[in-house]
Write a protein that binds this ligand. Structure first.
Ligand code: NAP
Length: 289
């Protein structure tokens, strides 16, 4: 009989990790260790080494991250973001090399500046506009420097768990008669459950092809389009007004166009990237049941 595959998931209480946990019960061929910040602070290199020695994971999925994109621009925050999004990734990657663990690291569309007019391919030039994007880019580089990692850039992540655009929109639409949403930033949303499924498919695949990949749902929309779809799904009477980004200034600059080309992850691992509307429908069904 084949030995079960041991999978360590860091940042275990975040959106993506929680979705992996939801799917994990169906994977009897895998033993999971979901480690949150309390049990495995990824900024602590020694704690990581001890954890790897005890659990001896075959795979490590790094879901831990500093994701407060605007807060990262505040004084003193960039160092914290750098410790979690960059230096800690180096600690994890080194532990993976020492223990022969395959490393799956999650990154972001915010490594790009959004000046492209066609979907970004993994090998396209990066140029982050924000502290968050810059620290995530450093994290990717450290992951690749120390391991034969699979780095997956994703975008606009939402889930029935945690804080995200879909849940914020539902709350605001229930509270207010009208809201304004930017209509000049284009991208593709990602239902964290779809990404979680893709990651588990990569682990279950018969081959391991290291590299940088892109994963989002299919489609190209603006945040305004996304808000309108959410409004329709929940049958809200709230008026949604489209506005330009200048009318909603945020501390962190965001790419105007951050559509990611997902061809290579589909070719390498045969993962599915469902159309964004069907995934939104699935998530809202869970949120409103
Ligand atoms: N959310 C998005 O829209 C988006 C878009 C593109 C890419 N991504 C990337 O996708 C990945 C998953 O994101 P997500 O949406 O699941 O993020 P999330 O919900 O914010 O979860 C991140 C988790 O990391 C944990 N964490 C933070 N610092 C830690 C530390 N020092 N040690 C251990 N754990 C720590 C957090 O714990 P606490 O709860 O204790 O803070 C949180 O549970 C991240 O790499 C993120 O950069 C996200």
């Amino acid at each position: 009989m084949q030995q079960p595959v041991k999978v360590l998931v860091t940042g275990a209480n975040g959106q993506l990790a929680t979705e992996i946990r939801e799917l994990a019960t169906a994977h009897h061929e895998m033993i999971f260790d979901f480690a949150g910040r309390d049990r495995l602070p990824v900024t602590d290199a020694e704690a990581i080494q001890r954890h790897f020695e005890a659990f001896q994971p075959d795979y490590c999925i790094n879901c831990a991250a500093y994701t407060a994109v605007d807060k990262a621009e505040e004084p003193g925050e960039s160092e914290i973001a750098e410790r979690i999004n960059a230096i800690a990734v180096g600690h994890l990657a080194r532990a993976c090399t020492i223990h022969g663990t395959k490393f799956i690291h999650i990154s972001t569309d915010y490594v790009f500046d959004g000046t492209a007019s066609a979907p970004y391919k993994p090998e396209d030039a990066t140029h982050p506009l924000s502290v968050y994007g810059a620290t995530k880019l450093k994290g990717e580089q450290l992951a690749r420097e120390h391991t034969d990692a699979v780095v997956i850039r994703t975008a606009w992540v939402y889930s029935s768990f945690g804080k995200n655009f879909v849940k914020t929109m539902i709350r605001l639409m229930n509270e207010r008669p009208a809201i304004s949403v930017v209509n000049d930033q284009l991208g593709a949303p990602t239902y964290a459950r779809d990404l979680a499924r893709a990651i588990l498919d990569i682990i279950a695949a018969p081959h391991w092809i290291p590299g940088t990949y892109h994963y989002t749902n299919e489609g190209v929309i603006s945040w305004y389009d996304f808000a309108m779809a959410i409004k329709e799904h929940i049958h809200s009477a709230c008026v949604v007004n489209p506005i330009p980004s200048e009318a909603y200034p945020t501390p962190a600059k965001r790419p105007a166009y951050s559509v990611l080309d997902t061809t290579s992850i589909k070719e390498a691992y045969g993962v599915r990237t469902p159309y964004w509307v069907s995934s939104l429908t699935e998530c809202i069904k869970i949120l409103t049941r």
